[in-house]
Write a protein that binds this ligand. Structure first.
Ligand SMILES: [Mg+2]
Length: 199
């Protein structure tokens, strides 16, 4: 496959949602239990209580940090296919607008291109030509693949690839999986972990 449409998740891939949430709950993200995706289990509070606290934290979504590897991952995707940000907002409508603002701040060219889709039903994107989803949520990968797309689980401490901790290793994993999918059309082999975030 040489013509890929790469859908790139935000939270947990290029935007540090876990770090932002951990800050609210006074939790050390380094202590995150390996392979546990459920934030209620991690923070020891009910899901509604967690979302309520996040909702009350005005500007939560727009102030999330980019990861050190974010720009390298975005560049890798853009070199290897049509790249579209695919992100699911929370139930708080502010999340939707703040995510758009986050994108405008960190990746203004993607924002200007309108290369983003905000909504929870990512599997509906699986019908795009050569559709690939890069996402840290195994359920999203599962439903995207069930709908006919190809998924790349982004390594994070809360999923099955929790043992891939280093930024460069995460980058290499995505690059290698893209190489398997796209074949010889893949480009990019530079370091992925050392870049400073933009803001
Ligand atoms: Mg995510």
């Amino acid at each position: 496959m040489c013509k890929a449409t790469i859908f790139l998740d935000m939270d947990g891939v290029i935007a540090d949602f876990a770090g932002g949430a951990a800050e609210i709950f006074g939790y050390d993200v380094e202590e995150w239990p390996a392979g546990v995706y459920d934030i209620a289990e991690v923070f020891g509070e009910s899901e509604p209580a967690i979302w309520d606290k996040i909702e009350r934290d005005a500007g939560f979504w727009v102030t999330l940090k980019a990861y050190p590897w974010s720009t390298a991952i975005v560049d890798l995707c853009r070199k290897n296919g049509r790249t579209v940000i695919a992100s699911s907002p929370s139930r708080d409508p502010a999340s939707l607008s703040e995510k758009a603002r986050w994108l405008r701040v960190h990746y203004p060219d993607i924002y200007e291109e309108g290369a983003y889709m905000f909504g929870p039903a990512k599997e509906l994107l699986a019908g795009a030509p050569g559709a690939v989803l890069i996402d840290d949520n195994p359920k999203n990968i599962e439903s995207f693949e069930a709908a006919g797309g190809l998924g790349i689980l982004f390594p994070q401490r809360w999923n099955d690839l929790h043992y891939i901790c280093d930024g460069y290793e995460k980058y290499s994993h995505v690059r290698d999986r893209l190489r398997e999918i796209i074949g010889d059309c893949i480009t990019g082999g530079q370091s992925g972990g050392g870049e400073k975030r933009k803001t």
